[in-house]
Structure formats: C-alpha cells, structure tokens
Ligand binder design. Sequence first.
Ligand code: SF4
Ligand code: SF4
Length: 475
Amino acid sequence: MPTSNLKVVPIKPAEPKAVEQRLYEARKKIYPRTVHGWFAGWRWIMVGITQVIFYGLPWLSWNGRQAVLFDLEARKFHLFGLIFWPQDFIYLTALLVVSALSLFLFTAIAGRLFCGYACPQTVYTEIFLWIERRIEGDRTARIRLDQQPMSLHKFGLKTAKHAAWLAVAGWTGFTFVGYFTPIRGLAAQVAAFSLGPWQTFWIFFYSFATYGQAGFMREQVCKYMCPYARFQSSMFDKDTLIITYDAERGEPRGARSKKANPTAMGLGDCIDCNVCVHVCPTGIDIRKGLQYECIACAACVDSCNDVMQKMGYDKGLIRYTTQHAITNGLGRRDIWRRVLRVRTLVYSAILLGVTLAVGLSIAHRTPLKVDVIRDRGMPREVDEGAIENVYRLQIMNTDERPHRYHVEVNGPPGVSISSDTTFEVSGATTKAIPVRVRVPADAGAPGSNPVWFLVRDTENADLRVMEKGVFLIPK
Ligand code: SF4
Ligand code: SF4
C-alpha cells in the first residue's frame, strides 16, 4: 500500500467574534443641490397650487359663513353650499373610497406622481429647502457651513433659517386649525392672546409637526413612516411610468472631456458626474435601479438632461419610461397606448361609477332628516278611554335657510296628533319636537302597533320624510 508523506497539521479553530449589527442606520444628512428644468418648474407650480388652496380656502366665505369648515363642536361639516352631519358618514366613506381608487389609478399609470408633486411632505420639504438655500446657500455652501465651528456668522444664519421655518410652520398650524374652527375668530383670538387650551395645543402640534418633518426628518418620513412607499409596488406593473436610468445607453460610465469621443473610449453616455445623486432629495443613486426611496420627483431627470445638453448628447439618459419600453424599445406613442390596459380601465370604471353614484346621491339629497324617539313613559289613558303615546321628533334641517314643517300621523284607525302639528326649524339646525299621538279606545290591538310620521315642508310638498314609530297599547 502506498504511504503518504504528508504531515497532518492541526488547525486551530478560529475564535468566534462578536458581530454587532445596528437595527437603525444613523442618518446621513442630505444636502440636495438646486435643480432647474421642466419637471422642477412643474413641482413649483404644484407647490403654488396646493398652497394657495390650503392657505386660502379657510378665508373664503360662502352664504355669509366659512366655505369649508369642519365644525367638530357643532358636528357639522360645511362644504360650500352643502352641510354634512354625522348621519352623512356614508359620504365620508365614499370620499375615502374615491381617494383610494384615484390613488390606485394614478399610481398604476404614473407611479409615485403624488409623492413627487402633491404630497404635503414633499411640498413642505421643498418650501423649507428653498428657505434653507436662500439663507445658507446651495449644496456646497451648506456642507461647508455645517462643517465649520460655531461662529457669530453661522449662528446668525442658523437663527434666521429656523425663524423663517418656524414662521411658515406656525402659519401652517394656524391654517390647519382654521379648517376646524372659524378662522376669522381664531385670528382674532390669536391677536388677543385669548386662545383656548385645545386650539393652542393643536396649533402648536401641527406647527411642530411641520417644522420637524419638513425641516429635519425630510426623506426619513418617506423612507420609514409612509406606508404608501411600502405597498406601492403592488400597484405597479410593467407599463407603469417610472423614473429610470437607461443603463444600456449610459454604461460603461466614465469621466471624459466634452470633446472626447465616448465610442472610441469604450464609454456610454453617463459621464459619472454624480449630479443626479446630488440633487436627489432622498439621497439615492437612480443608476442602481428603481428603489422604494425614489419619490419620482424627477430632479435627477432635469439635472441629467442639463448635463447631457452641456455635453452635446441626447437628453433622456434618465427619464420617465416604463419597464416594457426599456426591455422592448417602445417609443413614446406605444407607452401612451399602453396607458389604456385592463387594470387602468377597471380602476377607471369603478372610480367613475362610485363618483357618479356619490354625485347623484348628493344632488338628490333631501335637506330634511327625521328621527322618531318614543317617550320612555308608559302609554296613558286619556279622554273616554283613548290611549296616548308621547314621541320626540328629532327634526334636522340641513338647508341653509329656515323651513316650516307640518307633521301628520298614520297607523291604527282614528289615530291623530293632539299637540301642535306645525313648527319652524332654523337653517342648519336640529330641533326636538314633542308630539302626542292618540288612538280611540278599542282601536288597534294591544301591544306594539306601527305608526308612520310624515313630516313635510309647508311650502314645498316634495320636501317630505316618512319615519316609522311604534305605538304601544296596554294589554
Ligand atoms: S447626471 Fe447623468 S451623466 Fe451625471 S452621473 Fe447622473 S446619470 Fe450620469
Ligand atoms: S431618484 Fe430621481 S426621481 Fe427618485 S427621488 Fe431621487 S431625484 Fe427624485
């Protein structure tokens, strides 16, 4: 048998090392660079539109009162000429369904368009960043300032920035509360330092939420707090518009002079300038592919287009496109054609159906609601053995003007009302009307008998509501 002259060397087992893994990655501050371009222009237009609506709407009057007011204390929601009561909860549900369906539809077509252009987090971050740039300068100046030790100059800049942020945040908090309590009265109370404890709390709460989220947390809100970023992928398909880096065209990336011939150098169109990373408000590199942190703000599209233009290359190395378009080389017309696909058609049909149903229901809403509550007392015997039950009719006039109503009753033979049958209810109020109902002796069976109350407007016979009640006859 052959013998081996190899020596067996004992291997000392490696000492196990403790591995520490952080559960939370420390935030690296992002200094987004200023960006100009077509999409940046649209972003500012959206900031303008959303903020004019948000700050302006509570000051708008309608029929002599605030046009949009969610009056929680009076449990009434005023929406221009409409008044919604807690009984109209169904409309709030419908509004949520319509919002959810719209989100599904727009996300399926255009990805995170809402995040990039209309989400309050993006809009306020954009405003706060604008203030920061005006006071501290653009990206490089801000990085340099943060690295400097504290000085009078730095202290002055930081104080000015935070004061401006707090002013915007305070106005935002005040406006927000102005949707829930009449804003003109609120302004007078602020001026007189006579705010109530709850108003003070909510104004401070929303102000600090704005200050904290737009000034400090910024992209962290999108990354860690917003649930939409997590489930958006389920609404995407291969024809959804996404911000994409065209790797086939851009790679291999590399620096070169403007005059250099990239083909001769074996390079793609990406000059590896990192400008697309420096403008990104969430600090990602879109060249690594679609990431959930991307809010589709298109800042990288504008900045890369700018670079391409300076280099004399075609624009669109980073662009809005779809996965299908990238893999199959589809043109713009094909991308648009694929907007109409099963998923988007189904979402559109449901959205249209629900919106129409809600619209028709609101348009045909009767501005009168009636609740019948029977008095808890026992039925009593009155003249000549007649039986009387007492009710409280809760009449809700949801119209802006007062109405005069007449009430009638139907039920066992000979049933009648022995109290006032006509009454007035002021606009947008609820009134409890006591109503005494009688049936003659021996009319109706002992026990529960159904009765119907018909409440109708004295001037408009079409404005009527019928409600059922129970008439008790002792055994
Ligand atoms: S901006 Fe354009 S060229 Fe510059 S690194 Fe980004 S993708 Fe490449
Ligand atoms: S990758 Fe581009 S589109 Fe996405 S968040 Fe960053 S800058 Fe905006």
